[in-house]
Design a binder for this molecule. Structure first.
Ligand SMILES: Cc1cc2nc3c(=O)[nH]c(=O)nc-3n(C[C@H](O)[C@H](O)[C@H](O)COP(=O)(O)OP(=O)(O)OC[C@H]3O[C@@H](n4cnc5c(N)ncnc54)[C@H](O)[C@@H]3O)c2cc1C
Length: 396
């Protein structure tokens, strides 16, 4: 996503030189969100999610090389490929994204145990996800939660095993976590909370998952969604600084001149939030464009006030800002109706907000409200919590 957007931006900004896009997936750059939602449920192809249609790359002289980059040779300014070839660069942008964390338990390599990142992963999962099948979803972060919802929607029974008490609790807090518990339970998902899978069993194919607390969850498929690690293997042995991703400054420049990074793999010095590595689509898109402009010599800081969304069943969630630790959570709206905005404050400063199902009511518009919250966050505002909680005090 980030690499494709960067190539597009370079051309839009008038760069006429050679652009080579190296990637080991066969498809042109695309957005992954439908892989846990509409595409997984068979409701949509990926054509609407391409950064640019396949023909654009040829028409705009962007060379796509379908290969794995194995090493960056900084001294010779070369990217080495798995096929023994190498490509010379003047400027290099690294957008290798993330790799799924693997569950290191016995049976994790049994057929029927899936993870989800690529189209091929999704297609393989779809084959096994027949209506009436039983599945185990391991991890209830965003991807686990969305997969649990989509599988349920296509008639697959889901048991979801999660270490905490509630889905998304570590990112959104216990209040919103509790709402997500209700949403998944009402849809028929069995939440196996406070537990973890210690083993998969089956004769030649997965038949059950065994948990630490001794549950035996019979299943025909399992999906492991326990987070990602930044894909930084190709930088091993180089002097490019890496610490939870590729360290870049506010303008997406790495510690080595002429080399830039963006997207899930980049750990960015954000002018507002400090060091932050973001694993979301909107950032991949906007940071890819920002990094391209930096490659062309711009010194501008990338200060995007982060946003992301998640769709689960009919529920639409949006998030703006960034916060890891907060000391006050303020709720506007109704937990019972599942129509709410939650505000996260740290020492009185509004740092982030999450919205759930605020669209559809003429008085409430989720996009407007989140944009208004974003402006307050960008200004590092200290809003009165009573006003935040009060529906009659318009956020806009
Ligand atoms: C199933 C799923 C659903 C998602 N849903 C949402 C959502 O609803 N909302 C949201 O905000 N975000 C969502 N995301 C996250 C979003 O897709 C990512 O943040 C985004 O794709 C990151 O873009 P990127 O360019 O950094 O990495 P990617 O898009 O992952 O691209 C990295 C590319 O680099 C390639 N690559 C890696 N190493 C090498 C190498 N050595 N040589 C060659 N190629 C290499 C990879 O194969 C890949 O093609 C979802 C992610 C997944 C997996």
């Amino acid at each position: 996503m980030s690499g494709g957007v960067a190539a597009k931006t370079l051309r839009e900004e008038g760069y006429a030189g050679r652009i080579v896009l190296i990637g080991h997936e066969p498809t042109p750059p695309f957005g992954r969100p439908p892989l846990s939602k509409t595409y997984l449920r068979g409701e949509e192809t990926l054509s609407g999610w391409l950064v640019k249609p396949e023909s654009w790359y040829e028409e705009n002289h962007v060379e796509r090389v379908n290969a794995t980059a194995t090493r960056v040779d900084i001294n010779s300014q070369l990217v080495e490929l798995d096929r023994g070839k190498s490509i010379a660069y003047e400027k290099l942008l690294i957008t290798t994204g993330g790799e799924n964390r693997r569950l290191e338990v016995p049976g994790a390599d049994l057929p029927g145990v899936f993870q989800l990142r690529t189209v091929a992963d999704c297609d393989a999962m779809k084959q096994a996800a027949r209506p009436g099948a039983r599945s185990v979803v391991v991890g209830m972060g965003f991807i686990g939660s969305e997969v649990a919802a989509s599988l349920t929607q296509i008639g697959v029974h889901v048991s979801a095993v999660l270490p905490g008490r509630a889905p998304l609790e570590s990112v959104l807090g216990p209040e919103v976590g509790e709402v997500m518990v209700g949403i998944h339970r009402d849809a028929g998902v069995e939440l196996v909370a406070g537990d973890e899978v210690v083993r998969f069993e089956g004769a030649g194919r997965i038949e059950r998952a065994i948990t630490r607390k001794g549950r035996e969850l019979e299943c025909e498929l399992a999906v492991v969604a326990i987070g990602i690690l930044p894909a930084v293997g190709i930088l091993q042995g180089t002097e490019i600084a890496v610490d939870n991703g590729i360290l870049v400054d506010a303008a997406c420049r790495t510690s080595v001149p002429g080399i830039f990074a963006a997207g899930d793999a980049a750990n960015h010095m954000h002018p507002l939030f400090g060091r932050i590595r973001v694993e979301h689509y909107n950032n991949a898109e906007k940071q890819g464009a920002a990094a391209a402009r930096s490659m062309l010599g711009s010194e501008a800081e990338y200060g995007y006030v982060h946003t992301f969304w998640s769709d689960q069943y009919e529920h639409k969630m949006e998030y703006v800002g960034h916060v890891r630790e907060w000391d006050r959570f303020v709720l506007r709206g109704s937990v019972r109706d599942r129509k709410l905005i939650g505000f996260y404050l740290a020492q009185g400063v509004l740092r982030a907000a999450v919205g759930l199902n605020r669209g559809g009511d003429p008085e409430l518009d989720l996009d407007d409200e989140m944009a208004a919250a974003g402006r307050l966050i960008a200004k590092q505002s200290r809003p009165d919590p009573r006003a935040l909680a009060d529906e009659k005090a318009p956020l806009t």
